[in-house]
Design a protein around this ligand. Structure first.
Ligand code: Z5A
Length: 222
């Protein structure tokens, strides 16, 4: 991981669909605030006005085609570059300024999602993703919580929410199996940073685990 600056107060939450990232993010935020810390919670793709516009482009569902009516497909390489374009805006305008002020930053997804979805799911080059990470992102979280859940269970939870699936959520199960496998490979390769949490359990149990991991991380990185 040469060339990447790790910020101890930068925490990302990763996982597949329906893993419960939103619930965990709220619990971490509440725990830090109760300890008197300033917290910025944010998400990817998104986190700045421009990056949120890029998110709309990435997630709108036309079966991969332009919903304005043309038959132009959003290509996998375009998806990757748009994810990184949004991330650069997010890092420079939101994340690094907050960290430099001394705040904690909790992000719902960060670069590990690009390795998992574009690298694993779409089978794009992991080396290219690493190059983009090193050259344009240049930062990484000190701590990443990976909420791991079986694809069927996660998709069922997401479906039960009742919202229309977005463009990426409309992918087949095999895509999400590759995403999950890539997240787990990354966790095995970086056990010091990426902590795996069994997200198949009840929401309060998962949140309590996440808060406990954050508390010991915070105590070790005051
Ligand atoms: N993406 C990418 O491809 N490349 C990248 O680099 C980045 C992102 C950064 C948008 O992300 C998409 O962008 C995403 C990856 C891609 N596409 N997909 N798929 P997102 O994070 O906004 O979308 P998401 O992963 O689909 O979010 P989600 O389904 O909302 O997941 P979640 O936030 O982890 O779940 P949740 O909203 O907290 O919970 C889902 C439901 O389950 C909800 O009704 C909860 O009440 C319920 N829930 C939560 N926890 C539990 C437990 N423990 N038990 C029972 N029920 C629960």
């Amino acid at each position: 991981m040469t060339g990447l600056k790790a910020y101890p107060r930068f925490v990302s939450i990763e996982g597949g669909e329906g893993a419960g990232k939103t619930t965990v993010l709220n619990a971490l935020r509440a725990a830090l605030k109760a300890g008197g810390y300033d917290v910025v919670s944010t998400r990817e793709p998104g986190g700045t006005p421009l990056a949120e516009q890029i998110r709309l482009l990435l997630l709108r569902n036309g079966g991969g085609r332009d919903p304005e009516g043309s038959d132009e497909l959003l290509l996998p390489d375009t998806e990757l570059l748009l994810m990184f374009a949004a991330r650069v805006q997010h890092v420079r305008h939101t994340i690094v300024p907050a960290l430099e002020r001394g705040s904690w930053v909790i992000s719902d997804r960060f670069t590990d999602s690009s390795y998992a979805y574009q690298g694993g799911g779409r089978a794009l080059s992991q080396a290219l993703i690493a190059e983009l990470e090193q050259r344009v992102v240049r930062v990484r979280p000190g701590l990443t919580l990976l909420l791991d859940i079986g694809v069927d269970q996660g998709r069922l939870r997401a479906r039960n929410r009742g919202a229309e699936p977005d463009r990426i959520e409309s992918e087949a199960d095999g895509f999400f199996e590759r995403v999950r496998a890539t997240f787990l490979q990354r966790a095995a390769a970086e056990p010091g940073r990426i902590k795996v949490i069994d997200a198949s359990r009840a929401a309060d149990v998962v949140a309590a685990d996440a808060v406990a991991i954050l508390a010991s991380w915070r105590d070790a990185n005051p």
